[in-house]
Design a protein around this ligand. Structure first.
Ligand SMILES: Cc1cc2nc3c(=O)[nH]c(=O)nc-3n(C[C@H](O)[C@H](O)[C@H](O)COP(=O)(O)OP(=O)(O)OC[C@H]3O[C@@H](n4cnc5c(N)ncnc54)[C@H](O)[C@@H]3O)c2cc1C
Length: 266
Protein backbone atom coordinates (compact mmCIF):
# COMPACT_ATOMS: atom_id res chain seq x y z
CA UNK A 1 0.00 0.00 0.00
CA UNK A 2 1.37 3.49 -0.83
CA UNK A 3 2.49 5.45 2.25
CA UNK A 4 2.23 9.24 2.38
CA UNK A 5 5.15 11.23 3.79
CA UNK A 6 4.46 14.96 4.14
CA UNK A 7 7.17 17.01 2.33
CA UNK A 8 7.80 19.19 5.40
CA UNK A 9 11.49 19.73 4.67
CA UNK A 10 10.69 21.09 1.19
CA UNK A 11 7.82 23.22 2.47
CA UNK A 12 9.90 24.77 5.26
CA UNK A 13 12.79 25.40 2.86
CA UNK A 14 10.44 27.27 0.51
CA UNK A 15 8.79 29.21 3.33
CA UNK A 16 11.91 30.27 5.19
CA UNK A 17 14.73 30.32 2.62
CA UNK A 18 13.00 31.20 -0.65
CA UNK A 19 9.91 33.26 0.18
CA UNK A 20 10.88 34.80 3.56
CA UNK A 21 7.42 33.89 4.84
CA UNK A 22 8.04 35.18 8.41
CA UNK A 23 9.32 38.54 7.14
CA UNK A 24 6.41 38.89 4.75
CA UNK A 25 3.53 37.80 6.96
CA UNK A 26 4.45 39.28 10.30
CA UNK A 27 4.29 42.70 8.57
CA UNK A 28 0.65 42.14 7.52
CA UNK A 29 -2.35 42.48 9.82
CA UNK A 30 -3.79 39.16 8.59
CA UNK A 31 -0.45 37.49 9.26
CA UNK A 32 0.25 38.64 12.80
CA UNK A 33 -0.72 35.20 14.16
CA UNK A 34 1.65 33.45 11.73
CA UNK A 35 4.76 33.55 13.90
CA UNK A 36 7.56 31.14 12.91
CA UNK A 37 6.82 28.87 15.92
CA UNK A 38 3.10 28.67 15.10
CA UNK A 39 3.74 28.02 11.40
CA UNK A 40 6.24 25.29 12.23
CA UNK A 41 3.90 23.61 14.73
CA UNK A 42 0.93 23.73 12.32
CA UNK A 43 2.90 22.20 9.45
CA UNK A 44 4.22 19.40 11.71
CA UNK A 45 0.77 18.61 13.14
CA UNK A 46 -0.92 18.73 9.74
CA UNK A 47 1.74 16.41 8.30
CA UNK A 48 1.21 13.97 11.19
CA UNK A 49 -2.60 13.97 10.74
CA UNK A 50 -2.25 13.38 7.00
CA UNK A 51 0.36 10.62 7.39
CA UNK A 52 -1.25 8.79 10.31
CA UNK A 53 -5.00 9.34 9.85
CA UNK A 54 -5.87 10.30 6.26
CA UNK A 55 -3.35 8.33 4.20
CA UNK A 56 -4.20 4.90 5.70
CA UNK A 57 -7.88 5.45 4.73
CA UNK A 58 -7.24 6.29 1.08
CA UNK A 59 -7.09 2.79 -0.39
CA UNK A 60 -9.66 1.17 1.93
CA UNK A 61 -12.07 4.08 1.30
CA UNK A 62 -11.70 3.73 -2.46
CA UNK A 63 -12.26 -0.03 -2.33
CA UNK A 64 -15.34 0.28 -0.09
CA UNK A 65 -16.76 3.48 -1.68
CA UNK A 66 -19.79 5.45 -0.51
CA UNK A 67 -23.25 3.87 -0.26
CA UNK A 68 -26.69 5.35 -0.71
CA UNK A 69 -28.99 3.94 1.96
CA UNK A 70 -32.61 5.11 2.01
CA UNK A 71 -31.66 8.52 0.58
CA UNK A 72 -28.70 9.01 2.93
CA UNK A 73 -25.06 8.70 1.85
CA UNK A 74 -22.82 6.57 4.10
CA UNK A 75 -19.07 7.25 3.85
CA UNK A 76 -16.54 4.40 4.10
CA UNK A 77 -15.28 2.95 7.38
CA UNK A 78 -13.05 5.35 9.32
CA UNK A 79 -14.14 8.51 7.52
CA UNK A 80 -16.46 9.73 10.27
CA UNK A 81 -13.81 9.31 12.96
CA UNK A 82 -11.17 10.98 10.80
CA UNK A 83 -13.53 13.89 10.12
CA UNK A 84 -14.25 14.29 13.85
CA UNK A 85 -10.51 14.56 14.49
CA UNK A 86 -10.21 17.06 11.65
CA UNK A 87 -13.06 19.25 12.98
CA UNK A 88 -12.00 19.04 16.64
CA UNK A 89 -8.45 20.00 15.63
CA UNK A 90 -9.83 23.31 14.27
CA UNK A 91 -8.44 22.55 10.81
CA UNK A 92 -11.48 23.83 8.89
CA UNK A 93 -11.09 27.31 10.38
CA UNK A 94 -7.30 27.53 9.98
CA UNK A 95 -7.44 30.48 7.56
CA UNK A 96 -10.99 31.64 8.32
CA UNK A 97 -11.65 35.04 9.93
CA UNK A 98 -11.42 35.11 13.74
CA UNK A 99 -14.75 36.95 14.09
CA UNK A 100 -16.52 33.84 12.74
CA UNK A 101 -14.59 31.34 14.84
CA UNK A 102 -11.53 30.83 12.62
CA UNK A 103 -7.87 31.07 13.53
CA UNK A 104 -7.28 34.05 11.22
CA UNK A 105 -4.09 32.66 9.69
CA UNK A 106 -3.06 33.64 6.13
CA UNK A 107 -4.78 31.85 3.23
CA UNK A 108 -1.40 30.39 2.26
CA UNK A 109 -1.39 28.30 5.48
CA UNK A 110 -4.67 26.82 4.27
CA UNK A 111 -3.03 26.00 0.92
CA UNK A 112 -0.25 24.01 2.62
CA UNK A 113 -2.93 22.14 4.59
CA UNK A 114 -4.97 21.43 1.45
CA UNK A 115 -1.90 20.29 -0.47
CA UNK A 116 -0.98 17.76 2.23
CA UNK A 117 -4.55 16.54 2.72
CA UNK A 118 -5.22 16.25 -1.00
CA UNK A 119 -2.10 14.19 -1.61
CA UNK A 120 -2.65 11.98 1.46
CA UNK A 121 -6.32 11.29 0.63
CA UNK A 122 -8.00 13.17 -2.21
CA UNK A 123 -11.44 11.65 -1.54
CA UNK A 124 -11.45 12.83 2.07
CA UNK A 125 -10.13 16.28 1.18
CA UNK A 126 -13.09 16.87 -1.15
CA UNK A 127 -15.51 17.09 1.84
CA UNK A 128 -13.81 19.99 3.68
CA UNK A 129 -12.70 21.42 0.31
CA UNK A 130 -16.28 21.97 -0.85
CA UNK A 131 -17.18 23.40 2.57
CA UNK A 132 -14.45 25.95 1.97
CA UNK A 133 -16.19 27.02 -1.26
CA UNK A 134 -19.45 27.56 0.64
CA UNK A 135 -17.61 29.42 3.43
CA UNK A 136 -15.86 31.77 1.01
CA UNK A 137 -19.14 32.47 -0.82
CA UNK A 138 -21.02 33.32 2.38
CA UNK A 139 -18.10 35.36 3.75
CA UNK A 140 -17.89 37.46 0.57
CA UNK A 141 -21.57 37.76 -0.33
CA UNK A 142 -23.68 36.81 2.70
CA UNK A 143 -25.51 39.17 5.07
CA UNK A 144 -24.29 39.44 8.67
CA UNK A 145 -27.24 37.27 9.73
CA UNK A 146 -26.29 34.57 7.17
CA UNK A 147 -22.67 34.70 8.36
CA UNK A 148 -23.67 34.16 11.98
CA UNK A 149 -26.11 31.37 11.08
CA UNK A 150 -24.04 29.46 8.51
CA UNK A 151 -20.43 30.62 8.51
CA UNK A 152 -19.80 29.93 12.20
CA UNK A 153 -20.82 26.20 12.17
CA UNK A 154 -19.09 25.77 8.78
CA UNK A 155 -15.89 27.25 10.22
CA UNK A 156 -16.14 24.91 13.21
CA UNK A 157 -16.53 21.99 10.78
CA UNK A 158 -19.82 20.98 12.47
CA UNK A 159 -21.62 21.66 9.17
CA UNK A 160 -20.39 20.86 5.66
CA UNK A 161 -20.98 22.78 2.43
CA UNK A 162 -21.36 22.28 -1.31
CA UNK A 163 -21.41 24.27 -4.55
CA UNK A 164 -24.44 23.27 -6.69
CA UNK A 165 -23.94 24.51 -10.26
CA UNK A 166 -24.18 21.56 -12.65
CA UNK A 167 -27.53 20.26 -14.01
CA UNK A 168 -28.31 17.35 -16.34
CA UNK A 169 -28.44 19.71 -19.38
CA UNK A 170 -25.59 22.06 -18.43
CA UNK A 171 -22.07 21.91 -17.03
CA UNK A 172 -19.65 24.34 -18.63
CA UNK A 173 -22.44 26.44 -20.14
CA UNK A 174 -24.12 27.65 -16.95
CA UNK A 175 -26.29 30.04 -18.96
CA UNK A 176 -28.60 27.05 -19.39
CA UNK A 177 -29.31 26.64 -15.64
CA UNK A 178 -33.02 25.78 -15.25
CA UNK A 179 -33.48 25.45 -11.46
CA UNK A 180 -36.25 27.85 -10.42
CA UNK A 181 -36.52 30.00 -7.31
CA UNK A 182 -40.03 31.20 -6.44
CA UNK A 183 -40.31 34.03 -3.87
CA UNK A 184 -42.50 33.16 -0.85
CA UNK A 185 -44.56 35.50 1.33
CA UNK A 186 -42.24 35.01 4.34
CA UNK A 187 -39.22 36.31 2.36
CA UNK A 188 -37.77 32.85 1.65
CA UNK A 189 -37.57 31.19 -1.79
CA UNK A 190 -38.94 27.81 -2.90
CA UNK A 191 -36.42 26.12 -5.20
CA UNK A 192 -37.28 23.37 -7.70
CA UNK A 193 -34.83 21.58 -9.99
CA UNK A 194 -32.19 18.87 -10.27
CA UNK A 195 -28.45 19.17 -9.78
CA UNK A 196 -25.91 16.48 -10.69
CA UNK A 197 -22.23 15.73 -9.91
CA UNK A 198 -22.44 17.66 -6.61
CA UNK A 199 -19.30 16.82 -4.63
CA UNK A 200 -20.18 16.11 -0.97
CA UNK A 201 -23.85 16.53 -2.01
CA UNK A 202 -24.79 14.21 0.84
CA UNK A 203 -22.76 12.38 3.51
CA UNK A 204 -22.75 11.38 7.18
CA UNK A 205 -19.73 13.42 8.33
CA UNK A 206 -21.50 16.56 9.57
CA UNK A 207 -24.81 17.35 11.28
CA UNK A 208 -25.91 19.62 8.43
CA UNK A 209 -24.94 20.40 4.81
CA UNK A 210 -25.18 23.94 3.46
CA UNK A 211 -25.77 23.89 -0.30
CA UNK A 212 -24.95 27.01 -2.32
CA UNK A 213 -27.32 26.69 -5.28
CA UNK A 214 -27.47 28.47 -8.63
CA UNK A 215 -31.09 29.17 -9.65
CA UNK A 216 -33.28 31.63 -11.56
CA UNK A 217 -35.91 34.04 -10.25
CA UNK A 218 -39.19 34.24 -12.26
CA UNK A 219 -38.25 37.54 -13.94
CA UNK A 220 -34.56 36.66 -14.51
CA UNK A 221 -33.00 37.47 -17.91
CA UNK A 222 -31.69 34.58 -20.04
CA UNK A 223 -28.08 33.39 -19.79
CA UNK A 224 -25.61 33.78 -16.94
CA UNK A 225 -26.85 37.30 -16.06
CA UNK A 226 -30.10 35.77 -14.80
CA UNK A 227 -28.49 33.42 -12.27
CA UNK A 228 -28.87 34.05 -8.53
CA UNK A 229 -27.25 32.28 -5.56
CA UNK A 230 -29.28 30.68 -2.78
CA UNK A 231 -28.37 29.04 0.53
CA UNK A 232 -30.20 25.70 0.82
CA UNK A 233 -29.46 23.90 4.12
CA UNK A 234 -30.19 20.15 4.35
CA UNK A 235 -31.74 20.86 7.77
CA UNK A 236 -33.20 24.25 8.62
CA UNK A 237 -31.17 26.09 11.30
CA UNK A 238 -32.94 26.15 14.70
CA UNK A 239 -31.77 29.71 15.47
CA UNK A 240 -29.50 28.54 18.31
CA UNK A 241 -26.61 27.21 16.23
CA UNK A 242 -28.19 23.76 15.88
CA UNK A 243 -30.39 22.04 13.31
CA UNK A 244 -34.19 21.89 13.08
CA UNK A 245 -36.52 20.14 10.65
CA UNK A 246 -35.39 18.64 7.35
CA UNK A 247 -35.55 20.90 4.28
CA UNK A 248 -37.00 19.58 1.00
CA UNK A 249 -33.65 18.66 -0.61
CA UNK A 250 -33.02 14.98 -1.39
CA UNK A 251 -30.19 12.91 -2.84
CA UNK A 252 -31.37 10.75 -5.76
CA UNK A 253 -28.23 8.81 -6.66
CA UNK A 254 -24.46 8.52 -6.35
CA UNK A 255 -22.26 9.17 -9.38
CA UNK A 256 -20.06 6.32 -10.60
CA UNK A 257 -16.47 7.40 -11.14
CA UNK A 258 -12.86 6.24 -11.08
CA UNK A 259 -10.28 6.85 -8.36
CA UNK A 260 -12.22 8.88 -5.79
CA UNK A 261 -15.00 6.49 -4.84
CA UNK A 262 -14.90 7.58 -1.19
CA UNK A 263 -15.87 11.11 -2.25
CA UNK A 264 -19.60 11.46 -2.80
CA UNK A 265 -20.65 13.40 -5.90
CA UNK A 266 -24.42 13.02 -5.67
C1 LIG B 1 -15.60 14.37 -9.86
C2 LIG B 1 -16.49 15.52 -10.22
C3 LIG B 1 -16.93 16.39 -9.22
C4 LIG B 1 -17.77 17.44 -9.55
N1 LIG B 1 -18.22 18.27 -8.55
C5 LIG B 1 -19.10 19.26 -8.86
C6 LIG B 1 -19.64 20.09 -7.83
O1 LIG B 1 -19.28 19.97 -6.65
N2 LIG B 1 -20.56 21.02 -8.17
C7 LIG B 1 -20.97 21.19 -9.46
O2 LIG B 1 -21.81 22.05 -9.69
N3 LIG B 1 -20.46 20.43 -10.46
C8 LIG B 1 -19.54 19.48 -10.18
N4 LIG B 1 -19.03 18.70 -11.17
C9 LIG B 1 -19.47 18.92 -12.53
C10 LIG B 1 -18.43 19.69 -13.36
O3 LIG B 1 -18.33 20.99 -12.89
C11 LIG B 1 -18.88 19.57 -14.81
O4 LIG B 1 -18.57 18.27 -15.20
C12 LIG B 1 -18.19 20.60 -15.68
O5 LIG B 1 -18.79 21.87 -15.48
C13 LIG B 1 -18.27 20.21 -17.16
O6 LIG B 1 -19.58 20.02 -17.53
P1 LIG B 1 -20.01 18.74 -18.38
O7 LIG B 1 -19.42 17.52 -17.72
O8 LIG B 1 -21.48 18.80 -18.59
O9 LIG B 1 -19.26 18.90 -19.76
P2 LIG B 1 -19.67 19.85 -20.96
O10 LIG B 1 -20.15 21.18 -20.44
O11 LIG B 1 -20.61 19.09 -21.86
O12 LIG B 1 -18.29 20.04 -21.64
C14 LIG B 1 -17.68 18.97 -22.41
C15 LIG B 1 -16.58 19.59 -23.25
O13 LIG B 1 -17.13 20.57 -24.13
C16 LIG B 1 -16.50 21.84 -23.95
N5 LIG B 1 -17.50 22.90 -24.08
C17 LIG B 1 -18.69 22.96 -23.44
N6 LIG B 1 -19.38 24.06 -23.82
C18 LIG B 1 -18.60 24.71 -24.71
C19 LIG B 1 -18.73 25.91 -25.46
N7 LIG B 1 -19.84 26.69 -25.37
N8 LIG B 1 -17.72 26.27 -26.26
C20 LIG B 1 -16.58 25.50 -26.38
N9 LIG B 1 -16.40 24.34 -25.70
C21 LIG B 1 -17.38 23.96 -24.87
C22 LIG B 1 -15.90 21.80 -22.53
O14 LIG B 1 -14.77 22.65 -22.38
C23 LIG B 1 -15.50 20.32 -22.42
O15 LIG B 1 -14.26 20.09 -22.98
C24 LIG B 1 -18.16 17.64 -10.89
C25 LIG B 1 -17.68 16.79 -11.89
C26 LIG B 1 -16.86 15.75 -11.57
C27 LIG B 1 -16.35 14.85 -12.68
Amino acid sequence: MPVYKAPLRDMKFLLNEVFDYPGHYTRLKTGENATPDIVDAILNECGKFCEEVLSPLYQSGDEEGCKLDNGEVITPKGYREAYQQYAQGGWQGLSAPEEYGGQGLPASMGLFKQEMMGTANWSFSMYPGLSMGAMNTIFLHGSEDQKQTYLVPLTEGRWGGTMCLTEPQCGTDLGQVKTKAAPQEDGSFKLSGTKIFISSGDHDLTENIVHIVLARLPDAPKGTRGISLFIVPKFLPDGNGGVGEANGVTCGSLEKKMGIKASAPA
